[in-house]
Design a binder for this molecule. Sequence first.
Ligand SMILES: [Fe+2]
Ligand SMILES: [Fe+2]
Length: 162
Amino acid sequence: MTGKKIYYKSWYMKKNNVSDAILQELEADPHVQEMKHYIQHGKVTTYEHCRSVARLSGRINERFSLHANPKTLMTGAMLHDFYLYDWHAADDGRHRLHGFTHAGKACRNAKKYFDIDEDVSQVIYCHMWPLNPERVPTSREAWIVCIADKCISLYETLFKRK
Ligand SMILES: [Fe+2]
Ligand SMILES: [Fe+2]
């Protein structure tokens, strides 16, 4: 563990040395930091959103003793929305289908900037199920992130508006 201070201020944030170490390494990456420039829901940045999804994924895994692989779970969760653009920005219409296309984009970016394996790739690629109905999660890590993402998105949309 580095000396970096972490605040556990939400119900889904709880200390876990293994998960925290994996997350801290990812969070320090400049490409991951770039997610701080984009808004996900209300006033929440994509970086904060991914971090919350990772924390909740870790909590679900522990609480229900699901024995997910922590590296796959944390990496997949932190990079699940790693698409690196502002989907609210007016453009030529490319972002209009954001809900359907961003998981694929996030997956390509994750492969480009990180040495991710197929298991992590699956977590990212399937996180928008059932909006992408053909991409049914096939691993426990992918299911956890898919569920955590829905919970955090709802929470942010309802309670973290501008
Ligand atoms: Fe997403
Ligand atoms: Fe998300």
